[in-house]
Write a new protein. Structure first.
Length: 143
């Protein structure tokens, strides 16, 4: 497996990574994704792709480092997804390990993510990866 941090102008973002990301975020279109990339870049949004031995993208992670008063600096994972065909093959573990290396290099005190309450399979994976539920995330939709 090969893990690659993609540059903001890398064509693999839409060609390889977006189809994988759509398994987690089916509402995205290519135009919406590109607009999020453009706006998110100034907020530190980056993407990392995992490729199998055949050169097929099988995992994607969107992430950024964030400074706050609670954790001082953390690496926040916006998106973490493995294709359904490649689940339970070590892709998610490899992506998290890669992101943890980035977090340590950036002087982060933690690596965090939010996961929808319905995603019980993902929660089992996070617990196996020694992640803990440390807070509730509250949301008020604005229409």
């Amino acid at each position: 497996m090969k893990i690659i941090d993609l540059a903001p102008d890398d064509s693999r973002l839409t060609e390889d990574l977006l189809p994988v990301l759509l398994e987690l975020r089916p509402h995205l279109t290519e135009d919406l994704f590109l607009s999020i990339l453009a706006e998110g870049r100034s907020q530190g949004l980056r993407f990392t792709a995992a490729y199998d031995g055949d050169g097929v993208c099988v995992g994607a992670a969107g992430w950024r480092t964030v400074a706050n008063t609670y954790q001082i600096r953390k690496l926040y994972v916006d998106d973490l997804v493995t294709t359904s065909a490649a689940r339970s093959t070590g892709v998610g573990h490899a992506l998290l390990a890669h992101l943890e290396e980035h977090a340590r290099a950036a002087g982060c005190t933690s690596l965090t993510l939010d996961s929808g309450t319905q995603r019980t399979d993902a929660h089992r994976f996070y617990f196996r990866e020694r992640m803990a539920v440390t807070a509730f995330n509250f949301e008020k939709p604005l229409t």
